[in-house]
Design a binder for this molecule. Sequence first.
Ligand SMILES: C[S@@+](CC[C@H](N)C(=O)[O-])C[C@H]1O[C@@H](n2cnc3c(N)ncnc32)[C@H](O)[C@@H]1O
Length: 375
Amino acid sequence: MTATEQPTATVQPVTQPQTRPASRPVDPDKLMAFVFRAVDEVGATLNTALVVMGDALGYYRAMADGAGITPSELAERTATSEHYAREWLAAQAAGGYVEHDPVTRRYTLPAEHASALVDESSPAYLPGFFQIAAGTVRDAAGVIEAARNGDGIGWHAHNSDVHVGCERFFRTMYNAHLTSEWLPALDGVVAKLERGAAVADVGCGHGASTILMARHFPRSTFTGSDYHAGSIEIARSRAAEAGVGDRVRFEIAPAASFSGSGYDLVTMFDCLHDMGDPVGAARHVREAIADDGTWMIVEPMAGDRVEDNLNPVGRAYYGFSTLLCTPASLSQDVGLALGTQAGPARIKDVVTAGGFSRFRAATATPFNNVLEVRP
Ligand SMILES: C[S@@+](CC[C@H](N)C(=O)[O-])C[C@H]1O[C@@H](n2cnc3c(N)ncnc32)[C@H](O)[C@@H]1O
């Protein structure tokens, strides 16, 4: 057996003296309910890595046909060690991700779970969500340190599971909604794109949204930009693979200085809140957009008040906000730190300060607000 060397990121212990909390009456039932809930959450935290493991090793794909499988069969089908396949299957059964038959001792992946875990074309496809969560948690030690001294952590500084997980998670939503619902919800934009429009996709990451729009609107041209050179390199290769390289150009540029002018449509997908100076970005969009152009801002679903977001989607997004998006903004000039859950009213203030006069919540999904901004 060989041991794999792992780099370790350590969390520094607190330095101030620890004090016992003041004695307050404790309801023992409430305490135990909280402890059991916490046990479930620790299981769920570990399950994030187990889902990434199942996705990476092809465990879910090997079970997608719905036939009951034993650990040794799973190991054989995936060319992996049976010890790992056995423990993984049991953990997945304990979490309700697969079903276990105690008589046949076989494990089954329900059809609905296969759709969410294996089928990349499904609007419910989940592995990217787990991958970005696992990558985010892996980098948390740095965030703890940054919170102590007020530093930021740029998007570029994260491990590739954050970048690739983000692409896979958001691409699922763009495939499901972008051309069928979001663009049609904007006033007159689809007609322009069909005739042939100039589009700037700012903060485009790996270019999932840029490439999808380019495929759908063959008469239009697209400029994707992002400050992160590594993301732009991948976006270029994705565009070439998709065969849209002739109408899509990617450039390394911050939102405050992407190139071009007279754009009919400027898009920002899940990135405005990550920017240090979103007002500066809005000012530049105002300079670069045509007078009758449209700026589509897709932001994570959020209401304007904390209490609007205290639900499962808000919980996930506040988690990403603390560990990814707020540190990203703080790493840049101004460091406005809007947060992932800024909400439409705060975004309206930002774009208004940048020189735009019209703002409308065009449509929404459970995960996103789609905002229409016009000069
Ligand atoms: C959550 S990711 C979204 C990426 C992409 N829009 C998508 O939907 O897959 C946020 C992106 O914003 C980019 N970003 C952050 N600050 C930026 C800035 N000031 N200018 C340009 N891009 C920026 C990051 O590099 C990252 O690619």
